[in-house]
Write a protein that binds this ligand. Structure first.
Ligand code: SAM
Length: 284
């Protein structure tokens, strides 16, 4: 490993850029971008608009999900040559569901200094306004696009011990939230941040039933960019199964003997097996 302080290598600056509102860029980000010789951009045309607005004239190199391994190697050569390079994505913080990981890893492996220029990220902007418990939280980025895989993913989150946050596309938002309802029940608290910092910004916090109603009441509410959170949920200690527990029991009942189904539900939610067994018998 090379010691950075003894090299003449340049610095790799990882620069956050706006997630919608062009004014959400820090003074330091502009200064660094104006100073760097090179900018590695997810989409050079997209970044050009930002660069023009702030009089940034660095040379652009494409670094996106389809070329990032090769592009990273080329950028390392520039850095080793002593040039400073800025890494930007189309929006927000690079590497947060965005390209850049191989470049940053390679820079570390070459002892090149990597320096963050912090700023917007949809995830953090959303957590700051959504009033979901954010300690602890788990961020999943984008969920599987395929319906069945996404369902299994949601089921794997049971029991909900912490808040789960993810990005979802406008094409799948309703389907995906219907699966949230199916797996976690009607009472679960969710939050949605749509089009943050943009003209049609919308923030919601409430039950999954109310969120689905809001989205389905107007197709315009299904457009744009989304961050979603499912909040940690304390199991109630009453005698009845909650709706998520009932749902799982009902899903398993046609395929498994009552005792086996009861054990699976009880293990999944850390609840009394007898209680589930009795519920299953009452449904037959
Ligand atoms: N690197 C970015 C960041 O730091 O937030 C995320 C990039 S990821 C490719 C794009 C996804 O982030 C979008 O599909 C959406 O889920 C979320 N996102 C980005 N901008 C957003 C915004 N203004 N409002 C809500 N969600 C946003």
């Amino acid at each position: 490993m090379i010691n950075t302080s003894e090299t003449t290598a340049g610095t790799l600056y990882v620069v956050a850029t706006p997630i919608g509102n062009l004014q959400d860029i820090t003074f330091r980000a502009v200064e660094v971008l104006q100073h760097c010789i090179w900018a590695a951009c997810e989409d050079t045309r997209h970044s050009k608009r930002l660069f023009q607005a702030y009089n940034i004239n660095c040379k652009q190199i494409a670094l996106h999900q389809h070329n990032e391994n090769q592009s990273a190697k080329n950028i390392i050569k520039l850095l080793l040559n002593g040039d400073d390079v800025a890494l930007v994505s189309d929006a927000g913080t690079p590497l947060i569901s965005d390209p850049g990981f191989p470049l940053v890893l390679l820079a570390h492996e070459h002892g090149i200094k990597v320096s963050p220029i912090p700023g917007p990220s949809a995830l953090i902007a959303f957590l700051s306004v959504s009033a979901v418990k954010s300690q602890p939280f788990t961020f999943h980025g984008f969920l599987p696009a395929k319906k069945q895989q996404r369902l299994h993913f949601y089921q794997s989150l049971l029991p909900l011990n912490n808040t789960h946050v993810f990005y979802e596309s406008s094409h799948r938002i309703v389907d995906s939230l219907e699966q949230v309802q199916q797996v976690f029940g009607d009472d679960i608290t969710v939050a949605m941040g749509r089009e943050l910092t943009k003209q049609f910004e919308q923030i919601f916090r409430g039950t999954i039933v109310d969120l689905l109603e809001l989205l389905q009441s107007d197709n315009n509410h299904q457009k744009g960019e989304f961050v979603i959170a499912i909040e940690a949920h304390k199991q109630k200690n009453d005698d009845n199964l909650n709706s998520a527990q009932q749902q799982l029991a009902q899903n398993l009942m046609p395929y498994l003997p009552p005792k086996t189904a009861a054990k699976i539900v009880a293990d999944q939610f850390n609840i009394n097996k007898k209680k589930v067994y009795e519920y299953i018998l009452s449904c037959r």
